[in-house]
Design a protein around this ligand. Structure first.
Ligand SMILES: [Zn+2]
Length: 117
């Protein structure tokens, strides 16, 4: 392609014209088409939400803030990580409650049996 400022032939992949230093059309098109940089923390948070929900939750919250502040992509990813982390923590919490409830009823029935005997 040719630089629209000075008319010199430059690389199609050039972001800045080496001759005059003006931003090329591909650089401008890249900005307007919304090819945003994806927030790395959003991806990390999403992965962590499956492994360590609490760490995934924290990462996703920070990633959402960073996406808003820097205009980076990945806000959707961060939201997914956030939801998955919360859901997973609820499941874990529910599991703990069930275990305690079962253990509790076992203990009470055992103590009942010993008092009867
Ligand atoms: Zn130029």
């Amino acid at each position: 392609m040719f630089c629209k400022n000075c008319g010199k032939e430059i690389s199609d992949y050039a972001y800045v014209c080496p001759n005059c230093g003006v931003k090329t059309e591909s650089a401008l098109a890249d900005n307007s088409s919304g090819t945003k940089k994806t927030n790395v923390l959003a991806i990390v948070g999403l992965i962590l939400s499956f492994v360590i929900p609490i760490a995934g939750l924290i990462c996703s919250i920070i990633a959402r803030k960073q996406c808003a502040e820097r205009g980076e992509g990945g806000a959707g990813l961060a939201l997914a990580g956030l939801i998955i982390s919360i859901v997973e923590m609820c499941i874990v919490l529910l599991y703990i409650i069930i275990v305690f409830a079962v253990a509790g009823s076992l203990v009470s029935s055992l103590s009942l049996a010993t008092t009867v005997l």
